[in-house]
Design a protein around this ligand. Structure first.
Ligand SMILES: Cc1cc2nc3c(=O)[nH]c(=O)nc-3n(C[C@H](O)[C@H](O)[C@H](O)COP(=O)(O)OP(=O)(O)OC[C@H]3O[C@@H](n4cnc5c(N)ncnc54)[C@H](O)[C@@H]3O)c2cc1C
Length: 298
């Protein structure tokens, strides 16, 4: 095991040992991160990447932890949270945002400045880095729609600028960014009518409030949308709304979500995911594909 004391020396209070995943994921469940570091800027993140490479420690970069399930056995090595990389600026019809900016800041700022294309993604509770990595989206709009380029570190530590055309992506998947540490991105928009964009944003936020179980910890939709259908419809049709394993529950409000009703372990959530897949397969023949990312050993 590497000697992690240089990380404490470098990052001080922004380096934590044994932090529970409940404190850095929206499921509020799972084991502990061996080391959790919150770099202040791209320079510190680059330093950390180089240190991990040199000392053989695994490095995982996370945003807001809103699309991941961390195993109860925890995360070996170093997890870096990007929340302090939080600069955002508007210029010449576009927005440049660092990886740790809340996605909803991009959605809000674009709508308020008459920049059309992200208003319907309002309320996605992740970071810019997580949105890029997942090609997050909602109501027919997604992150890659307005992407101009991404600045990132490649696995050998070099900084690269990748234009949208150079990145392979699809529905909730971005193969072309695998292995990169994402630093910032530039988005470019069509002009839109500010009042209408703000109105669309409000409608989307109200729809989320009405339809999603926002009062319980979750990581959003558990499964991807199968072609021509909705995972939530299939799960509901399989009679699984409200179905529980331990502290994990298929939301009675939105069957596409699994919520932590207070005491869920990652094992409860994982077992429920398996049960839902098996029952939907048995009932409809459709194999649901996981949208959420499993981290650690399951
Ligand atoms: C209530 C709720 C509603 C949601 N609604 C939606 C929705 O409408 N649409 C939707 O698409 N998603 C939705 N989600 C899921 C989630 O918010 C998105 O997938 C979001 O984009 C994840 O961002 P994050 O910062 O939390 O990523 P994380 O969960 O922290 O990480 C996700 C992946 O991205 C990688 N990653 C993150 N940052 C970086 C970086 N800087 N460099 C390299 N890799 C990185 C991580 O390693 C991991 O593989 C919802 C979640 C919740 C809890």
């Amino acid at each position: 095991m590497p000697d992690y004391s240089p990380l404490k020396k470098k990052f001080g209070e922004h380096c934590l040992f044994g932090e529970p995943a409940a404190n850095f994921t929206t499921y509020r469940a799972g084991g502990r991160a061996e080391v959790l570091v919150k770099p202040a800027d791209a320079g510190e993140l680059l330093w950390l990447t180089a240190w991990c490479r040199a000392s053989g420690a695994p490095l995982l970069v996370l945003g807001r932890g809103s699309n991941v399930l961390v195993s109860d056995k925890g995360l070996a090595g170093v997890a870096a949270l990007t929340e302090r990389l939080s600069k955002i600026e508007i210029s010449a019809g576009g927005i440049t945002a660092q990886a740790g900016v809340l996605w909803d800041e991009v959605a809000r700022l674009s709508a308020e400045n008459g920049l059309a294309g992200f208003e319907k993604t309002s309320g996605i509770p992740g970071s810019v880095g997580g949105a890029l990595r997942m090609n997050a989206g909602a109501f027919g709009q997604e992150t890659f729609d307005r992407l101009a380029y991404v600045d990132a570190f490649s696995s050998d530590g070099g900084t690269v600028r990748l234009g949208k055309k150079e990145i392979a992506f699809g529905y909730r998947r971005v193969e072309g960014l695998r292995g990169f540490t994402l630093l910032s991105a530039r988005f470019e928009f069509e002009p839109g009518e500010t009042a209408r964009l703000i109105q669309d944003r409000s409608c989307v936020l109200a729809a989320r409030e009405a339809k999603q179980p926002l009062d319980h910890p979750s990581a959003g939709s558990v499964f991807k949308r199968p072609p021509g259908d909705y995972a939530s419809r299939l799960i509901d049709a399989a009679g699984l709304k409200g179905y529980k394993i331990g502290g994990a529950e298929v939301s009675a409000k939105h069957a596409g979500f699994i919520v932590n009703s207070g005491s869920a372990t990652a094992a409860d959530i994982y077992a429920l995911i398996g049960e839902v897949r098996a029952r939907v397969k048995e009932k409809t023949g459709i194999e649901l594909e996981l949208e959420q990312i499993l981290l650690g050993e399951f």
